[in-house]
Design a protein around this ligand. Structure first.
Ligand SMILES: *Cc1c(COP(=O)(O)O)cnc(C)c1O
Length: 431
């Protein structure tokens, strides 16, 4: 009897020491960002508020970008490499012939995969001599991750947090402050963008796009501050490839290879980080399915593939993305990190080329949370509300395998834990 538990631990010295840059391997060149003809020079503005190193990485042409030793140390401090688990108990309860594996980004000091890019960006910011980082946050995970990372490398953080979420997540707000961050509900009276919107509606619920505008405006006005972004951009997805690179090695250790890769997708950083290292195999004809789990509140991969702004106030250049429109009103959901109007340009191109499928779950979230409960009871780990979408999708796929009698290997990423989101579970499932 081998027992029920199969967990694959990668020794730290065998962990990846370079990030994977998919750009040179893409079947078609990635459409570049652009300024609209009549517009202000937004590209120039962006290059003034973002980190030089991150901008360099944004368009890097080499396939591998070495991870500085100091960042590898910070990864180690944050618990990397993280184990890959076989979900045998869940398989049995579903009575499925499929094999289910999950990657454990929930073993994160702040609760999500976002520490993987936060640590890199904070370290680069400190190395470049900045004293403060500014950012936006939606669900709160990115703001927390950046506050934590900045604190470790000795920087201050200012977070603009979508008001609709800020107001009910008191504990997470407190955690950011514990890391020393200054936290503003967005729209805030601190920026011009915020003041304009508050004039129209003093209780404006905010959006991620608006919070991005505020973070950019703040950094632009202070030469000691730099703006950091938690998703969507190429360099962010690249930092996150640490997830998929580890996973790939772990499958090699098992002598297996996944047929399906699944994760939730908001802006696309955890999905990209998990999936991109497997993409070259798909480009070379290996039949792997990549499945993105989304909400009907923000099914951005089902939108239009066109140039659009990344933020509400149109401060960013336009990116070619699957988008719902940058001023689209989206129903609030508990998996708020999935509520963004567009998907990362890299993933949008790959969807356009037919490499990525998507599923959008109803905005009442019942199905998703019920599936997450099955996972909790079988495997014991509590997924973040966003991660619950990936879990639900993996379970649904496993049940399809049961119907068809297929023994597929399904790998899914659990992007974070839900310990600070118990209220979401209570609101949807009762209790
Ligand atoms: C932010 C977040 C997401 C969604 O963002 P992506 O960039 O699409 O990964 C998903 N899960 C968790 C736990 C998050 O914190």
């Amino acid at each position: 009897m081998g027992g029920d538990t199969l967990s694959v631990h990668l020794p730290p010295e065998e962990g990846p020491d370079a990030w994977y840059n998919v750009l040179p391997d893409l079947p078609e060149p990635l459409p570049p960002p652009k300024d609209d003809e009549a517009g202000q020079p937004r590209l120039k503005m962006l290059s003034q508020v973002l980190l030089k190193e991150c901008l360099r990485q944004e368009t890097a042409t080499s396939r591998w970008i070495p991870i500085p030793q100091e960042i590898l140390d910070l990864y180690r401090q944050a618990g990397r490499p993280r184990p890959l688990f076989r979900a045998r108990r869940l398989e049995r309860r579903l009575d499925t012939p499929a094999k289910l594996y999950f990657k454990s980004e929930f073993y994160s000091p702040t609760g999500s995969h976002k520490v993987n890019t936060a640590l890199a960006q904070a370290w680069y910011a400190a190395a470049a001599g900045f004293e403060r980082v500014t950012t936006e946050t939606g669900a709160g995970q990115w703001g927390t991750a950046l506050s934590y990372a900045a604190s470790l490398v000795g920087l201050k953080t200012t977070v603009y947090w979508v008001r609709a979420v800020h107001d009910w997540k008191a504990d997470r707000r407190n955690l950011m402050r514990l890391y020393g961050a200054e936290v503003h509900a967005s729209p805030s009276p601190v920026t011009e963008t915020g003041r304009q919107l508050l004039k129209e509606d003093a209780n404006h619920p905010g959006s991620l796009g608006i919070a991005v505008s505020e973070g950019l405006e703040d950094a632009r006005a202070d030469p000691k501050a730099v703006y950091c972004l938690g998703s969507v951009l190429n360099h962010v997805l690249m930092h996150q490839t640490i997830i998929g690179l580890e996973t790939k090695k772990q499958f090699e250790m098992l002598g297996e290879y996944p047929d399906v890769l699944i994760s939730c997708l908001g802006g696309g950083s955890n999905f990209g980080g998990f999936a991109l290292p497997f993409m070259p195999d798909a480009f070379h004809g290996r039949p792997i399915r990549f499945l993105a789990a989304q909400s009907e509140a923000a099914p951005n991969l089902q939108g239009e593939y066109r140039y659009d702004f990344a933020d509400h106030a149109e401060l960013t250049p336009q990116l070619k993305m699957y988008t719902l429109g940058h001023r689209k009103e989206m129903t609030p959901i508990r998996g708020d990190g999935l509520r963004y109007h567009a998907a990362a340009p890299i993933l949008s191109l790959l969807r356009h080329l037919g490499y990525i499928e998507t599923v959008a779950y109803p905005a009442d979230e019942r199905h998703v949370f019920e599936r997450a409960r099955m996972f909790v009871q079988a495997e014991g780990f509590l997924p973040a509300p966003e991660s619950a979408y990936g879990v639900a999708c993996a379970i649904d796929e496993a049940l399809k395998c049961k119907e068809k009698g297929e023994r597929k290997t399904i790998a899914f990423n659990i992007s974070g834990h839900g310990f600070m989101d118990m209220e979401a579970y209570r609101a949807v499932l009762g209790g």
